[in-house]
Ligand binder design. Structure first.
Ligand code: HEM
Ligand SMILES: *[C@@H]1O[C@H](CO)[C@@H](O)[C@H](O)[C@H]1NC(C)=O
Ligand SMILES: *[C@@H]1O[C@H](CO)[C@@H](O)[C@H](O)[C@H]1NC(C)=O
Ligand SMILES: *[C@@H]1O[C@H](CO)[C@@H](O)[C@H](O)[C@H]1NC(C)=O
Length: 437
């Protein structure tokens, strides 16, 4: 999200951010974190090193077909020596994100599954060529909601167990496993819905994976392109509506994160070769990243902790920026309108109610304007910032402080957003959804 020197927009955005008073307990719980200076300095450093406006300009040109995708042998990812595959031991953790799991399995993240700000941003940018803006936003949000903003650590799976947080924080932060509706969402590309699986949001549900797999059934021609993944998005939303009485699709974790995570499969897992610089994702590579083994569809099984970079695998040449995240989420919503509707089931299957975006945002946006310009990103961010809809148990102080911090820092990595002011959320609209808690 960024402001190419558009000072007036930046100022209005910062004003908008500072006007949000989403945390009534903020002042009381503020004692949880005294000093975010390490967080701040590290984030500043990362922002300084990357020419984010240039990356965004190039991403826009690429989406307009004005820029070619290149290839170089240096895109080969090292899977030898210290980066050889080693599955986790029982005291190491893995979680719902195959991209993070594979980095830990190859020692690009600490193999424990608990990583830190610098290590994780470096690994995401260098190993997967995630844009520095995207990596920083994802990691900083992780640290803010489920990590330790003093030690700058966070867990890709189970909770950290201990933290450097000061007295006043009621419970140590969980990992990504514990971030349901704040980060992790229902209607994931292969993981199960929280309600249907008693909170197990990290295991691959084989039937859901098999659906994706079978979209390209011929092993010799299978190619999981963006358009194929879009069909899986249609399936995952409809499946949750049809099967989960408590399905909930939140503004940030659902519409933005879970949809973007679908798109990540087509972009990041594909093998980028000289012949196919834009990427080619076949069955073997798909299975390797999802920790799935077996040859025929009937033999497929999920083997936890075995996400693996294939040998001779080449990462993308193009950094995946926040411009790509937003553009591609909007492309999905264009083809699958139900992926653009925030809301949920009301306690029965097939009872989906979409909340009126106008009512939800106090008139700042409506169903149509949501999909125009940068509004979707503005909306997702404003929602993320409020911790909406659920504030995570004992970690609320963390959330309040760290998200306020993010407001002030991340403004400078956002694409050129002229965000409408969204500061009047009507959260009572979510009361009708049992899955929103
Ligand atoms: C710091 C960086 C990242 C964070 C914090 C993160 C976090 C998450 C979270 C919270 C989910 C759960 C979303 C849901 O419930 O549907 C998720 C899912 C996913 N992520 Fe990541 N992710 C990161 C980077 C990546 C990267 C680099 C990739 C690809 C290389 C990736 C691929 C995926 C995929 C494919 C899923 C869907 C998993 C499934 O449903 O099977 N993520 N990630
Ligand atoms: C799979 O694709 C190949 C190459 O196009 C083709 O020769 C083969 O008949 C296809 N197999 C099936 C089962 O459709
Ligand atoms: C990736 O593409 C290159 C070039 O075609 C090929 O040599 C390599 O085996 C492929 N890797 C995978 C994992 O398919
Ligand atoms: C918020 O939504 C509820 C439920 O639809 C409605 O009764 C209430 O009037 C709304 N509040 C505001 C301030 O618009």
């Amino acid at each position: 999200m960024v402001f190419f020197g558009l000072v007036p927009i930046l100022l209005s955005f910062l004003l908008l951010l500072s006007s949000v008073n989403a945390f009534p307990h903020y002042a009381i719980e503020r004692r949880g974190i005294q000093d975010l200076s390490a967080f701040e300095n590290t984030v500043n450093d990362i922002i300084k090193r990357a020419d984010i406006p240039k990356l965004h300009k190039e991403a826009r040109e690429r989406h307009l077909g004005k820029r070619q995708v290149s290839w170089s042998p240096s895109q080969l990812v090292d899977v030898t020596g210290e980066h050889r595959f080693i599955p986790p031991t029982p005291d190491q953790t893995r979680g719902p994100c195959p991209g993070l799991n594979v980095l830990a399995n190859h020692g690009y993240f600490d193999r424990s599954g608990v990583t830190n700000l610098v290590e994780s941003v470096n690994a995401l940018t260098s190993v997967f060529n995630m844009g520095p803006d995207t990596a920083l936003a994802l990691v900083a949000y992780s640290i803010a909601i489920i990590g330790d903003p003093v030690a700058l650590t966070w867990s890709i799976g189970r909770g950290l167990g201990k933290s450097t947080l000061l007295p006043g924080v009621l419970s140590p932060p969980g990992g990504i496993d514990q971030s349901h509706n704040a980060y992790e969402s229902d209607a994931s590309i292969t993981r199960g819905d929280s309600y249907l699986h008693n909170g197990d949001v990290w295991s691959v549900q084989l039937d859901t994976f098999k659906h994706l797999y079978a979209l390209q059934p011929n092993a010799s021609t299978a190619d999981y392109t963006f358009d194929v993944i879009v069909e899986q998005r249609r399936y995952t939303i409809d499946k949750s509506i049809n099967e989960n009485p408590n399905f909930f699709y939140a503004p940030f974790s659902g519409l933005v994160v879970a949809t973007a995570a679908h798109n990540f499969v087509g972009n990041f897992f594909a093998n980028h070769s000289a012949e196919r610089p834009e990427g080619y994702l076949d069955q073997a590579t798909l299975k390797s990243f999802f920790s799935i083994q077996g040859d025929t569809i009937d033999e497929l099984k999920w083997v936890p902790g075995n996400e693996r970079f294939p040998d001779n695998w080449y990462k993308p040449s193009v950094p995946y920026t926040l411009v790509d995240v937003v553009t591609n989420v909007l492309k999905v919503v264009e083809k699958v309108p139900q992926a653009g509707k925030v809301g949920g089931n009301t306690g029965k299957v097939n009872s989906f109610v979409g909340v009126d975006i106008g009512d939800l945002t106090g008139g700042a946006l409506n169903a149509q304007s949501l999909l125009e310009g940068n509004n979707l990103l503005c909306f997702g961010l404003a929602a993320a910032r409020t911790g909406l809809p659920s504030v995570l148990g004992g970690a609320t102080s963390l959330l309040g402080n760290a998200l306020n911090f993010l407001d002030s820092k991340l403004g400078s990595i956002l694409p050129d957003l002229a965000c409408p002011r969204i500061d009047k959320w009507n959260l009572s609209l979510f009361n009708q959804f049992p899955g929103s808690g």
